[in-house]
Design a protein around this ligand. Structure first.
Ligand code: URA
Length: 211
């Protein structure tokens, strides 16, 4: 495998909660709670390099020269369905963020990724964007979602997922070398149905109890 470029979030809390999510005996309610918690912890890392500026703040005892985030606006764009579960966790850190939605499917004939839904904030080109999907398997959905967000003029995009494959990361790296990828695990590969192995199963079904 060629070099792949990504940031692995190996914080013990993230790893512990991801292990609970992988467990086949974890039910939907707990799974959803864990997705939200892990997303918040991952977003904390993904926002590490947000630009800050110095301000003077009057404390009860004097003036503190301190820092605040320098007015960058953020948007979160979940890829349907599983990315939906990641929105709340990110919003708990950046409550004023706007939300877009992207839905894609894999055309069984051509095997290419096709968009079926795309609704983005009108000012997305002025925002830093985090695209969220639980699983980065082939990289098809991620690459298409990034392409759609870029097509609206957005420059600053990060992609956040929980479990990835090296092939998926390599595909996104090749299509979008400017996009930083954050994940909590890189698994062995995919099965014949393109599910990540060992992974955690169908993330949407696990989250919404649809199977
Ligand atoms: N989507 C899922 O929900 N699970 C996988 O393993 C891969 C893609």
């Amino acid at each position: 495998m060629a070099n792949v470029n990504y940031t692995l979030i190996d914080h013990p809390l993230v790893q512990h909660k991801l292990s609970l999510m992988r467990d086949v005996n974890t039910g939907s309610k707990e799974f959803r709670e864990l997705v939200s918690e892990v997303s918040m912890l991952m977003a904390y890392e993904a926002f590490r390099n947000l630009p800050v500026k110095s301000v003077d703040v009057q404390t009860p005892l004097g003036i503190a020269n301190t820092k605040i985030i320098s007015g960058r606006k953020i948007a979160v764009v979940p890829i349907l369905r599983s990315g939906l579960g990641m929105v709340d966790g990110v919003l708990s850190l950046v409550p004023a963020a706007k939300i877009g939605h992207i839905g894609t499917f894999r055309d069984p004939e051509t095997t290419s990724t096709v968009e079926y839904y795309c609704k983005l904030p009108h000012d997305i080109d002025t925002r830093d964007v985090i695209i969220a999907d639980m699983m980065l398997a082939t990289g098809g959905a991620a690459s298409e979602a990034i392409r759609l967000v870029k097509a609206h003029g957005t420059k600053n995009i990060k992609f956040m997922c929980m479990i990835a494959t090296e092939d998926g990361i390599a595909a996104v790296n090749a299509a979008h070398p400017d996009v930083e990828i954050y994940c909590a695990a890189v698994d062995e590969g995919m099965n014949e149905n393109l599910y990540i192995v060992p992974g955690l199963g169908d993330a949407g079904d696990r989250m919404f109890g649809t199977k």
